[in-house]
Design a protein around this ligand. Structure first.
Ligand SMILES: [Ca+2]
Ligand SMILES: [Ca+2]
Length: 375
């Protein structure tokens, strides 16, 4: 009985040992950090091992199946994970081809899943992650927005930056999910002296989440070769395109486009997670384009003639936008106005003469002539 029990225990122990060794050498192509999911964080790990060479993986396949690695005996920092896991296509070198496998197996999972470590930083202390719209032009249905990804500032620089991965959530009834660009790495501090290759990834998907119609855009930017950099400011750009039929959805009122950040993982040169403050963005979309009717309505405009300032009172009409054109149809001024019935425009207009003022309201467009005269 005891002998039998001991044999069972021995066999069990051997199996456990065997499965432990076995699991340690099993890779799922694209899950470089072996945490159960292929995502942007794996690109940062791949960047860490970039250029390293080792034995090829026997019978290597890029499909999402578990495969036995031939150990390279070089390891990621502070864990017993072989760098061979970064060779996702198994050809014996870590290079840009391995990024393709992360992309083709993106968001695939295997059990168990250990979530990537995300540290939400302290506002004013840790660097902020912000999506900027530098052009700051009016946004209409069909508009293309060139957006900028910015990290930190002069008082909160990023120390020993190696890579960052995060998710942007957006409303697919406002943003066309089929028309989001790649992520481009900016020249500058993150790619200092351009001597190091910097990798990026942008993956669009619709998650089966609690919010119907919510789109996701995963962004990753990482340095390579294990070298960190310290700095702040723009790290990358991408563009989105607004849907054409927003006005059909929301009437003539402006609507907010929210870009919400989550799953923010920033790693230093030791692949340790560091604190970062995600800042959500809101941009105003002018729902109605030139399809709005021209209307007439009593409004106050003064002074007219004016040197440079013009006060507008639309009574009970709600203003969204003001545009000023010269007599040959060139736009010389425009500004977005959010839900106001009174507003003072400041024109930086050096030309004297008659101008056409268009006031966009919740009921339609008002058109008036004004005279600008510097005398
Ligand atoms: Ca992973
Ligand atoms: Ca490879």
């Amino acid at each position: 009985m005891n002998i039998f029990k001991n044999k069972v225990l021995l066999l069990g122990g051997l199996l456990l040992l065997f499965s432990g060794v076995f699991a340690q050498n099993m890779t799922w192509p694209g899950d470089v950090n072996n945490n159960g999911i292929a995502n942007g964080v794996d690109l940062i790990y791949m960047g860490y091992a970039y250029g390293v060479q080792g034995p090829q993986r026997p019978n290597a396949d890029s499909l999402w199946t578990s495969q036995i690695i031939a150990p390279w005996q070089f390891f990621f920092p502070s864990q017993q994970l072989d760098l061979a896991f970064a060779d996702t296509n198994g050809d014996g070198v870590v290079d840009s081809l391995d990024k393709n496998i992360i992309e083709s197996n993106y968001r695939e999972t295997h059990l168990p899943i250990f979530p990537d470590s995300s540290i939400i930083g302290i506002t004013g202390v840790d660097p902020a992650l912000v999506i900027n719209y530098p052009a700051n032009d009016s946004i209409f249905p069909g508009s293309t927005l060139d957006l900028e990804i910015s990290l930190g500032g002069p008082n909160q620089p990023v120390n020993n930056f190696f890579g960052i991965s995060f998710t942007i959530s957006f409303d697919t009834s406002l943003v066309n999910e089929n028309n989001i660009s790649d992520v481009f790495v900016s020249s500058g501090w993150v790619d200092s002296s351009n001597t190091n290759l910097v990798l990026s990834l942008g993956e669009v998907y619709i998650e089966n989440g609690p919010i119907v119609g919510e789109g996701k855009f995963d962004v990753c930017i990482t340095r390579t070769l294990g070298t960190p950099v310290t700095g702040f400011g723009q790290i990358g750009t991408f563009s989105i395109v607004m849907e054409d039929n927003i006005s059909g959805k929301v009437g003539n009122s402006p609507v907010d486009l929210n870009l919400t950040l989550s799953n923010v993982v920033m790693l230093d040169h030791n692949l340790q997670s560091v604190g970062v403050v995600p800042v959500n963005s809101t941009f105003t979309v002018i729902a109605a384009n030139n399809k709005q009717p021209i209307i007439d309505h009593k409004i106050d405009l003064f002074p007219n003639p004016t040197k440079d300032r013009l006060h507008i009172n639309t009574g009970n009409l709600i203003m969204n936008k003001v545009e000023l054109f010269n007599l040959i149809g060139q736009q010389v001024h425009h500004e977005i106005i959010k839900n106001k019935t009174e507003h003072t425009c400041q024109f930086n207009q050096t030309e004297n003469g008659i101008f056409i003022l268009k006031i966009y309201t919740n009921k339609g467009i008002l058109v008036r002539k004004i005279l600008i005269s510097s005398e």
